[in-house]
Design a binder for this molecule. Structure first.
Ligand SMILES: *Cc1c(COP(=O)(O)O)cnc(C)c1O
Length: 458
C-alpha cells in the first residue's frame, strides 16, 4: 500500500515512511492511495480473535514490514491489555457497549498507541535512528503515548497539553512517568492552541528534519489504521449490520469507523456524538465548518473545535480532489470558516450534540438502571445512541472510550453513590512528578525541544 497527502503534495510513500512522517510536508494528512475491499474475506474472518483479525486487517495497509515481525508486534501490543478478548462487551438495554479501555492507561487511545509505539521502536532500531515525538493531548493521548514509548533509548517524547484543562488524574498519568525520555509540557492556552502549535512546528520542515520529529496524534495514519480493527471485529459479531455511536473530538475514532465501513465491513450508519463543542454537528446540519469558542466540559477529550481528522473525511467527500480540499482548508485557516454550500447530505454519517445536563442525567440513569458507571465521554455517546435508537432498527453499538475512574469528579457530580476507582490510578497517588510550563508560542516549543535535545548525550 502506498500513501498520499490529502493536499496533493505527496504521493507514493510507503507505510513505514508515512508512519515516520506523521503530518505530510504540504500540511495535509496522509491517506492510503486506495481503500482495500474486504468483502470476500468476511466469512473466513468471523471466527478470528481480535489479535488475529488485527493481523489480517493491518497487513492490508503494511507491506514493508516483514509479515512475521508485524504479527509479533501486534500480538505484543495487545498482550498489554488486561481483558482476555482485548475488547470488552456489555449489554445495557438495547445498546451493546464496546469497551475499548482495557489497555495500560484505561483509554481507547491505547488500542492504537500500544501498536504505534512498537512500530516506531522497530523501525528506529532497524534504521539506527533516534526520533523526537511531538504530540498534543486533551487528556488521554498523552498518557497512552508516553506509556507506549517510556524508557526507549531511541525516542524522546514531548507532550503538549493545555495547562489545568486536563483532569488531575490524566495529568498524573503523564507527569508521574519520570523516565528521562519523557517530557510533559503544560501550555498556557487551549487544546486547539496546542494542536495548532504542533502543526506549525511540523510545518517548519527544516526543524522537523533536524530534530527527526515524529507524530503520535491521530494525524498519524497508523493510529487510524489500528482503530479500524475494532469496528470490523464488532461488525462481525452481529447477524445484522450494527450502527455505531462514537464520542467524537478530533474525528479520529469516527473516521476509523468510516474507513472500516468503506472497506466493506457490514456496518449500518455511524453516529458521532459531541459535547457542547459542536462544530461537526453544525457542519453536518449546514455545510459550514466554522470555528467557535471552546467550551470546557466534563468530557475534556472532546473539548475541540478544530478536528484534525475531519480533513481526511472531506478529502473523500470531495472525491479525492486535493485542490478543492486545499482551498477549503486555506479558507478555513485564514477566516475561521469555510463552507461546502449546503449540508453534505451524507446518509452514513450523522452527528448529534449532547449537553452537560444530558450527559450527567445519562450517567446517572445508566448507573441506576444497570449498576454500570459510564465515563463522561461515553455518557455523551450513550445519550446520543439512545435517542438515535428510537429511529433505527439496526443493532446499536456504543463505543466506550475511557474507564470511568479517570473522571471521578464527573461521576460524583452525576451520582453521589456511583463509585469509580481503578488500581492503576490509585497507584499513581503520591508519586513524584515532573512537568514544564511554557507560553503558547511556536518559539517556546522549539526552544524547549532544542534545549532538551542538546542537553542529552545522543
Ligand atoms: C480521544 C478521546 C475521544 C475523542 O476521540 P477522537 O478520535 O479524537 O474523536 C473520546 N473519548 C475519550 C475518552 C478520548 O480519550
Amino acid at each position: 500500500m502506498k500513501y498520499c497527502s490529502t493536499r496533493g503534495g505527496v504521493q507514493g510513500l510507503s507505510f513505514v515512511d508515512s508512519l515516520m512522517t506523521g503530518l505530510a510536508p504540504d500540511g495535509g494528512l496522509l491517506v492510503p492511495e486506495s481503500i482495500p475491499d474486504v468483502t470476500a474475506q468476511l466469512d473466513s474472518w468471523r471466527d478470528l480473535s481480535f489479535v488475529e483479525l488485527a493481523q489480517q486487517v493491518i497487513a492490508l495497509f503494511v507491506d514493508d514490514i516483514e509479515r512475521e515481525t508485524l504479527d509479533k508486534l501486534i500480538t505484543e501490543a495487545y498482550a498489554s491489555f488486561s481483558h482476555p478478548e482485548v475488547i470488552g462487551w456489555r449489554t445495557l438495554g438495547d445498546v451493546t457497549l464496546m469497551e475499548l479501555f482495557h489497555g495500560p492507561t484505561l483509554a481507547f487511545k491505547d488500542v492504537a498507541l500500544q501498536l504505534v509505539g512498537r512500530l516506531f521502536e522497530h523501525v528506529l532500531a532497524e534504521r539506527g535512528e533516534h526520533m523526537n515525538i511531538l504530540g498534543v493531548t486533551s487528556g488521554d493521548t498523552g498518557g497512552a503515548a508516553i506509556a507506549s514509548v517510556r524508557g526507549q533509548d531511541n525516542i524522546d517524547i514531548f507532550i503538549l497539553y493545555p495547562d489545568s484543562k486536563v483532569s488531575p488524574l490524566q495529568e498524573m498519568q503523564m507527569t508521574t512517568v519520570t523516565d528521562n525520555n519523557v517530557h510533559c509540557v503544560a501550555v498556557q492556552g487551549s487544546f486547539d492552541d496546542c494542536q495548532s502549535l504542533m502543526k506549525e512546528v511540523f510545518a517548519d520542515l527544516d526543524f522537523k528534519q533536524e530534530f527527526h520529529l515524529g507524530a503520535v496524534n491521530s494525524v498519524n495514519w497508523a493510529r487510524v489504521m489500528a482503530q479500524i480493527v475494532y469496528y470490523g471485529y464488532a461488525s462481525l459479531r452481529f447477524e445484522q449490520p450494527p450502527a455505531f455511536c462514537v464520542p467524537t473530538g478530533n474525528f479520529g475514532n469516527i473516521f476509523a469507523a468510516y474507513m472500516a465501513r468503506e472497506m466493506g465491513f457490514p456496518m449500518d450508519r455511524l453516529l458521532m456524538a459531541t459535547n457542547e463543542n459542536d462544530i461537526l454537528v453544525r457542519f453536518f446540519a449546514t455545510g459550514e465548518y466554522a470555528r467557535g469558542e471552546v467550551h470546557y466540559t466534563l468530557s475534556p477529550a472532546m473539548d475541540i473545535q478544530v478536528a484534525s481528522n475531519f480533513e481526511r473525511f472531506l478529502y473523500y467527500y470531495f472525491d479525492k480532489d486535493a485542490q478543492r480540499l486545499k482551498e477549503f482548508m486555506q479558507e478555513f485557516q485564514s477566516t475561521g470558516r469555510a463552507s461546502i454550500g449546503a449540508p453534505p447530505g451524507d446518509d452514513v454519517l450523522l452527528a448529534t450534540a449532547v449537553d452537560t445536563q444530558q450527559t450527567l442525567a445519562t450517567l446517572k440513569s445508566v448507573f441506576e438502571q444497570f449498576d454500570y458507571v459510564l465515563d463522561p465521554h461515553t455518557a455523551v455517546a450513550f445519550a446520543a445512541c439512545q435517542e438515535f435508537g428510537k429511529q433505527c432498527s439496526a443493532p446499536l453499538v456504543c463505543v466506550a472510550t475511557a474507564h470511568p475512574a479517570k473522571f471521578p469528579e464527573a461521576v460524583k457530580q452525576a451520582s453521589p453513590t456511583a463509585q469509580a476507582t481503578h488500581p492503576v490510578l490509585e497507584a499513581l497517588k503520591g508519586l513524584a512528578s515532573k512537568k514544564q510550563l511554557i507560553p503558547a508560542t511556536v518559539d517556546a516549543v522549539k526552544d524547549l525541544i532544542r534545549a532538551t535535545v542538546s542537553a542529552q548525550p545522543h
